[in-house]
Write a protein that binds this ligand. Sequence first.
Ligand code: S3P
Length: 511
Amino acid sequence: MKNIVLVGFMGTGKTSVGKMLSMCLDKPYISVDDIIEKKEGLSITDIFAGKGEEYFRKLESEIIREISGREDQIIDTGGGAVLNEGNIAALKRSGVLFCLTALPETIYNRVKEQAHRPLLKVDDPRKKVAELLSVRKQFYEMADHMVPTDDLDVAHISGRIIDVLNRLESEKEIPDVSGYFAGLYGLLINKIFHYASVPIMITSGEGDVCFANSEFIEIFGLGFADIRGKCWIDLVVPQNNRNEAREKFSSIMEYGKAIKFTILVSDKTGRTRFYNWIVDTLVSGGEKHLIFAGLNCHDTVGLDINVQPAAAQEMIDRIFSMSWDEDLETSKHSMKVMVYSLELADRIGLPEKEKEILRSAALLHDIGKIAMNEKILLKDGKLDDIEYEHIKNHIKYGVDMIRPVNILEEILPVIDSHHENYDGSGYPKGLKREEISLPARILSIADIFDALTSLRPYRRSFPIEEAIRIMRKEKGKKLDPELTDIFIELVKNGSMDAKIRNIDDKNGYKR
Ligand code: S3P
C-alpha cells in the first residue's frame, strides 16, 4: 500500500497525527527530521546554526528520495519539505499526500512556547508565521488532500485522514465492508467485532447489511460481495419466515432500545436453526444503524420479541468478552476493577441503577487502550512526558470508540472521568470532589488499587500493606478520602480475595 505522507506548516500537528496514524493503522512511523538529526548527530537547530539552511535542505531532499523508495509507511515531513518540487514528486510517486492546515493565529499559539524551530527564532514570530505561510501556500496546495486542524484534537484529525483513506480504499472496490464505519469507531469494529467469536452484523435503518464479521460470513457462507447493501432478512432468514422477520425488524427500529429476540435462520448448509440475537441501535455519522450480536440456541422455541433490560447488559458482556483475545492483561485488570468497584458500591449502598452503570464502566474503562501504541503500553521502564501524554489519550479514544453504541451512553461520563483526581489535579477536565460522579470516584479507587497490586511492565507489584499505605497517602489528593477508608476496610477483611484469585487464574472471560 502507498505511503501516507503528512506535509504542512510547523505546528499543524504532523508529528502527533503521524504517530497516532501509525498505531491505528499499524504501519511504521518515519520522520524526515528525526532521520536527519540521527544522521548528523545534531539537533535541527544546531544544523541550521552550524551548517546553514541550504545544507539542511540538501539533506532533507536526500532523505526524502531514499524513503520514498519504500511503501506502506507513515511519513512525517518537515514544514519546508514541499518547497522543493522534486521532493513533492518523489513523495507523490509512492504516497498519498495529506496537508495539515491551520490558521496563522492557531499556529502561532501552538508554537510560541516551543524553542526547537530555528526559523521562528526571530523578534516577531507571529509575523514570521504569517509571511512564511503566504509564501508557502501554493506548495502546500499541491498535496492530494487538505486537512484543516483548527479546533480539532489529534484523534479527530487522524479520524478524518482514516475516513479519506477508507473512501479511497472503497473506491478501489476492496471487499471489506468495515470501512463503512470510519475513524476510531471503525477501529473498534475492526479490532474487536471483526474477529469476535459470535456473529455480528450491522445494518442500516432499512435493514441493509453494512458490516458483517468473519464469524457471520463463515456461518452463513456468504462473501462480502453477497452481503453489501442487501437486506439481512433476505440473506439469512428462510423464505417462509421473512414476513414475520420483517415485522420484527420494524418493531426493533421503533423500540429504539436494546432488545433480544429469537428467530429462525438458515446457515450455509441450508440447515435452519434458532438464533438468539441481541440488537441495539447505533448512531454513527448522524445515521441510525442496528447492531446484531448472535448466539445459536438449540433449545429456544419462542419467537416473540423479548424486550429485556438485561439485553443491554448482555451486549456489554459480549463486547467485553470479545476484547479478551485482544489483550488478556487489560481484560483481567478490568474484571478485577469491576469486582473491587462493585464491592465498594455494595458497601455504601449505591442504588442498583448506578451499580449497573459502574459495572459496565469498569469492564470497558480501558477499552481505548486497544488504539494505543503497544510499545508504549508495554514499555519496560518509566514513561517519558510524550509517552505519558499518549497514554492519557486512552480515555478519549475509549469514549470516541463506544460513543456510537447507544446502550453505552450512560457509562461514557464514568469512563471519561475515571482519571480525574479528588483534588482537581487529574485529567482530562481537572474536575474535583463531588464534580466527579460517585461511580467515577469508586472506579478510580478500584483502578488504582488493582494497578498497585498487579505486576506492571515497568515495576513489581506492591504487597497489599504497601498498596494500602500508598492509597492512604493519596486520600484527599487523588482519592476520595471517605471512600478510600471504606475500601481499605474491605481489603483488610479479605472478602474479595476469592473472586480476585478466580480472575487471576482464568484464561478467558466468562460472566
Ligand atoms: C521547517 C520545519 C521543521 C524543520 C525545520 C524547518 C520549515 O519541521 O524541518 O525546522 O521550514 O518549516 P516541523 O514542521 O516538523 O516543525
